[in-house]
Design a protein around this ligand. Structure first.
Ligand code: HEC
Length: 168
């Protein structure tokens, strides 16, 4: 009888000690996401977690037909958080979601890369997105709360400033 009781107490103590460790580990895990800053985000999607290895936007393959202003042909990659939002939350993206879109010219040369990065609390009026645009050689042409990006994407009928949601 007593033996059993001690076991329970030991187990309880073990779990109580384990909780802070787990919370800490989750903190490290989350901390791996970049700051809302152009260079940090660029390094994350090109080096830390190269986006070419991510999933593509569900239902879209490589070099699908795009519209103005992004380019004639597009390839759009989504990280796991973004994929979950698109597939399971009807396009509502959670903190940490990243969408990377390659914009090609009609002859299939890459013209620019445009990125949307969801950062909770970053810019509530603009859907909490950090916007980034860079050239194929990595030169950043726009970053942050870019009025031009936000201005147009506000018109997206689907959820969360996303246009590709609308086109089923
Ligand atoms: C004049 C309107 C317009 C402007 C300005 C604009 N976009 Fe877009 N964006 C679109 C449309 C439309 C799509 C859907 C893809 C397509 O058909 O081209 C899109 C798609 C995207 C996507 C894929 C996710 C989605 O919404 O479907 C990203 C990422 C993106 N844009 C980033 C940007 C960034 C970064 C900027 C600013 C540098 C920007 N966009 C400026 C219209 C715009």
């Amino acid at each position: 009888m007593r033996k059993g009781y001690e076991k329970v107490v030991l187990l309880a103590v073990f779990f109580l000690l384990a909780i802070p460790v787990m919370v800490q580990a989750m903190g490290w895990f989350r901390a791996k996401l970049p700051e809302a800053e152009g260079k940090a985000l660029y390094e994350y999607i090109t080096q830390t977690k190269p986006y070419e290895k991510w999933a593509m936007w569900p239902g879209k393959g490589k070099l699908y037909q795009g519209t103005e202003p992004h380019g004639a042909l597009l390839t759009t990659y989504v990280n796991e958080t973004a994929l979950k939002g698109i597939e399971k939350q009807g396009g509502e993206l959670a903190d940490g979601a990243i969408i990377v879109k390659e914009n090609y010219m009609p002859d299939k040369t890459l013209a620019a890369v445009t990125v949307m990065y969801k950062k909770a609390g970053y810019n509530p009026e603009g859907g909490d997105f950090f916007w980034l645009k860079y050239t194929p050689d990595g030169k950043i042409e726009g970053e942050g709360k870019v009025p031009m990006c936000i201005g147009c994407h506000t018109a997206a009928q689907g959820k969360d400033f996303l246009f590709t949601n609308d086109k089923k």
